[in-house]
Design a protein around this ligand. Structure first.
Ligand code: ZN
Ligand code: ZN
Length: 121
């Protein structure tokens, strides 16, 4: 068991997962995501359900399936395994910062979540 670091002020979910995954191996669970949620966005109770709809069934899959790098800086960091500086998000917000894009076809804005063709089970 590794202790998970806490998200830093204004750090976004994707940058947090990226940073922590450098040091902590994925356990096939969403415990890093939950750690982020519990500390940075405790009201985002549907986060796990949303992220699974995007193909994120464990912490490493969130970055692989649900998010993709949006900036050359982020692409280079992923490519080379170097640190990525988070652009920052509002506290309580589960959207990634400008460094990342959420996979297309899913709308997260304003707390609303819609996914075309996704089963509601
Ligand atoms: Zn994993
Ligand atoms: Zn970020």
């Amino acid at each position: 068991m590794f202790d998970l670091p806490l998200p830093v002020e204004h750090e976004c979910l994707a940058c947090y997962l990226y940073r922590v995954a450098e040091d902590v191996p994925c356990e096939g669970s969403l415990r890093m995501l939950k750690q982020y949620r519990d500390h940075a966005a405790p009201r985002a109770t549907a986060l796990e359900r949303k992220i699974k709809m995007l193909g994120g069934y464990c912490d490493c899959e969130v970055l692989m399936n649900a998010m993709r790098p949006a900036t050359t800086e982020a692409i280079r960091a992923l490519d080379q395994g170097t640190d990525l500086i988070c652009k920052g998000v509002r506290r309580g917000c589960i959207q990634p910062c400008e460094q990342w894009l959420i996979r297309r076809g899913v709308q997260w804005a304003g707390g609303q979540f819609r996914s075309r063709g996704a089963k509601s089970s």
